[in-house]
Design a protein. Sequence first.
Length: 461
Amino acid sequence: MKLAELLADPKYGKAVTRKILLIITFTVLLIFGLFNTQTLLTVFFSLLNAATPFLFGIFVAYILNVIVKAFEEHVFFFLNRKNYKWWLRIRRMFCIFLSILVLLGLLTLFLWFIVPELINSLRILADHVPGYVASITKWVEETLAYYHITSDQIQFLQIDWSSLLTKATQITSDFLGNIYNVAMSAASVLFTLSMSMIFSFYMLGRKERLLRGTRSILYAFLPVQKARRIIEVAAVSNRIFSSFFSGQMTESLIIGLLFYLGTTILQLPYALLISCFVGLLSLIPMVGFYCGVILGCLILLMVHPIYVLYFLIFALIEQQIEGNLIYPRVVGTSIGLPGIWVLFSVLVFGSLFGIMGILLGIPSMSVLYTLFNQNVAYRLKLHHVTPEMIDEPVDVDQMLKKDTGSPLKKLSLHIRRKKLRRAEIEEEETHQGEEQVRHMDEEAARQSEQTAEEDSGPDPS
């Protein structure tokens, strides 16, 4: 089709006009955003603040949905098999009610038993920090005297114990102040939490209708393939996020309980405080457990160094039990992310968004990793690439014979050519020698025949 015919086509003209208008609109919005960045940020954060109850309600509904599904699919599975009409009518609301009771029970347990004990442990720890530092100083001095290490030999350390004591006390006070600020901030969001809970209950009660309505909107305003792809990505993301959060929370709870039981049996001080630290930090895969153990060692080191040895032995045993028995059954392969990418997510998202970045970055990276692998598999199939082609070895020797421009390779090829030329010359000389010997043998044979004919002479008859 010629250009004039294309321009005369109404559909083609509308499509071109639509694309031009989109480009112009995008350019205008981009220029406006670049010159009004501060205003746009202010508007964005204002809208985000207004939508906080709505967003928090979605988050609460997502967390509660894990407990609701556990009640519906596992606890009351025997009623699901019977298909009682009365049970089908009340199943959802009854499971939501039980989930709320579970959350309220956990919150009550945390506020009435764990928080006061944690505050008491922190207060005792802050009061005894000077004594612990003095004990550590005395222990270091006795150890140095036992090994006959004089002050001149460690003069390069330049340890100012009074300054160290002051800094330790200041750090502890600041930490307690931060705990107080966090507690006050938590109290200020109770109203937002109550409003969000109402919205989350509505979402849980009608989640099937909401999902169906969202799918209808996607199919109505997008091409079928794009809408289907968005639904597939959402389903994969939901599976990974729900498995990650449910598995990690269950694992951290089990680890916290095991550490509390172990430290209590070993009669180590600050058992509840250390167990809470280890359990909370275990929400971070791979590195969180070790960070909690290091923090526990630092707390016990101030009391007595021998406690650190007991704690490390117990942590090693617990880590083996957790890694071989608990983690494969509780979390399993729900993340589906190699260890190197888990560390990458922890470092990058943690530095950008803090703790929430770590918790949300790992499943987000897992989703991207899964979608990227699917895309790679699709493209390999599209290009008819077989596993044999991927695993095909590279003939390095054949490649090194080619002139790639590298000086070392050129030198190597020059030496190899000289060797080949020398071998050809030697082979040629050997061949010439063999020819000369053959000619000499043939000449000797002819001479022998001539001599034999001369000796025989003419026939006398």
